[in-house]
Design a binder for this molecule. Sequence first.
Ligand code: 26W
Length: 817
Amino acid sequence: MKKGSLSAAEYNARKEFIKNEVSGKVRRYFGKTVENATKREIYTAVSFTIRDEIMEKWVSYRQTADKTPGKELYYLSFEFLMGRAMGNNLMNMTETDLYRDALADMNIDLGDIEEQENDAGLGNGGLGRLAACFLDSLTNLELPAFGCGIRYEYGLFRQKIVDGYQIEMPDPWLQSGNVWEIARPEDMKEVHFGGRVEEYMEDGRLKFRHVDYNTVIAEPYDMPITGFNTETVNTLRLWKALSPEVIDMNEFNRGDYAKAIENKELAEVISKILYPEDNHYEGKLLRLKQQYFFVSATIQWIISKHKQKHLSVFDLPDYVQIHINDTHPTIAIPELMRILMDEEGLGWDDAWKIVGRTFAYTNHTILCEALEKWPMAMVDTLLPRVAQIIHEIDRRQREYLCERFPGDHGKVEYMAPIANGQVSMANLCLTACHSVNGVAALHTEILKKETFKDYYSVYPYKFKNVTNGVTFRRWLYKANRSLSDLICGAIGDGWVKDYRELDKLTPYADDAAFRDKFGKIKRDNKARLADYILNNTGVEVDPDSMFDVQIKRLHEYKRQLLKAMHIIYRYQKIIDGHPDANLSPTTFIFAAKAAPGYHMAKLIIKFINDVARKINNDPRVKDIMKVVFIENYSVSSAEKIVAAADLSEQISTASKEASGTGNMKLMLNGALTIGTMDGANVEIREQVGDDNIFIFGMSSQEVLNIYASGKSPSSELYATNQVIKRVVDTLIDGTFNSENLFYDIYRSLVIGDHGFADNYLLLPDFESYLKANGEVKMKYRDRDAWLRSAVINTAKAGFFSSDRSIEDYNREIWHLR
Ligand code: 26W
């Protein structure tokens, strides 16, 4: 809270209270005085002080919420990429300044203390961070919701760069305790794996019983989700896997200690670690176990809660909406069928109607290699009863499809939940859910016209678009405090809770004094990032150079390699003595993690680092360009980078990036986008207008046409275009590495597999990208023009608030209380 909203006396009294709480907790919990305590201990004491306040609200909110009739949301997600909680909670309580002052009185720097907290890195990238932004917005909008997922003991790996290579290290984020979670052992659930199904007759009806199974216990841990200046506190419930027995005493007494531990470990491994593959599906048994584990526990919990308050399960959809975040939690559909039929005694048709009204599904990717298809044999063995239900869903859906498309066996096979011995989780969702949505306008169109076109023809009313968004609280108010203050000074602070108000900033783009302040803040943020870069990479960068930023997962479709090729081109021009090449000195910033098993992505990281080493040590380009790779990209490092970016690289092959959300965070902080007509870039362009964005490259339709033709233009381009050839050849001529490490990259660009070179079409987009970069360089020289566009980017970001996304979901899909 700004000092203004309390009287001076009240403010001081609050401050003294906080100081007492913190020093008291340090004494009682650690037996130390504040002076002797470690920063981590202070962090813990401060967090508990904040938590005490949140607890009070949480209790009251749950009491009122449990009494209020109406629908609640359960957002099921395999990933929640929450980042840090302390600073976020402080901001939401509007007490950041108060705590900063109170700690300063004790010679403690709040910023230092915040750095003690481990990120809750329980996600890979976009999908997981979106889930976190959505929880924030649901709470800000005072909508009742639960996030439900897995309490991974290890989050996404920590990345180190050693000699240019990515090295993965474990992320034991819970090791020194987690202040923000509360175990709820009273809500434990049993989850059953393996065994077999017995049939029996009861009251003249055929019934099913799952027997001889193995049990894993699911224990929930709850985290409070606070909203900005509201009384609402929602809950993130994450399940931990426990063995039903501590250790097998029989085995133990027989002296086989290892065997006794073994079963326990087998059960508990389920919630050990987050799979680090992003957008790449592999049919790993443990992953299926994880999915069923958290989904089954969640559905059991939902039903038991519902039954405490309501007489019948028939009205479940009036009180419960379950959202499936990509297909990862799809097994919830047959699981709810199982519980309704086997435990609640409903018949198929009644259960199916309830399921259909309860579930909604979001698709986040059209990449084929990301679509989950589980071998049915695996499901049959691991989840015999659930598998039976999937077979029956498939049988009925095929019957329906055969009526709809008589004689078209191909289409029926393509659309069926089970085909070729595999269950397609997307087809299961399309069959069962009442709503299917894409995450940006273009993406939804591609779903309707390409990926799911057959399903669209059968159920057009199920298809909706909800363009993604990001929370302005974390990504501007907190990540860029000085810019927030400037905006508040101009248009007030209404925009923090109401994204519509941000547009009031638009006229300030024409205000020279405002632009100047905007530019100075950006310069300060860049100086801060430059310090961070120096400390973390040893590279000195100039805050007056343009900060050109590409931060996201490393994937070939996101085309970090295209950025690298542009850097090489520019390097060559400077060395050639080309007069234009010296204009607008630039710092090229990358941050990205690659899936540990993704060879090409890891090789591209090595390549970028080798390019960086060479360029950063070449005196000829010293004042004109630098290349840095910031290791261990995470929510917390993103918060530091977005505030300092001038240029936002959103250069995926058109059609491949469902939406992107980094593009929104960077825009919000006044970065201009250079990008393809892909994902939400299309909508960013609509908002800011052509003068305030740099668009290049083929359209998604052109890309899809090339794929459909089966002919890649790239080998020919390489052979005939000297500019392209010269850049591409640096992959194999020893310019950046004498050991010919990068032949595989070269090969993928000019030779390729199955007669198709350059799968992600870098070469056909290269010249257009160079041209757009030329425009960027010229514009950046005109400080005023650049800043004008920067202000417009911030002002027009309102649409990309996750509050707007959540309003859309609620209006079109959920209809929550
Ligand atoms: C089965 C392996 C796997 C793992 C993760 C498949 C797919 C995923 C995610 C769906 C990948 C993902 O995060 N997709 C991103 O979702 C964001 C939020 O909607 C979008 O902004 C990104 O464009 C999309 O790539």
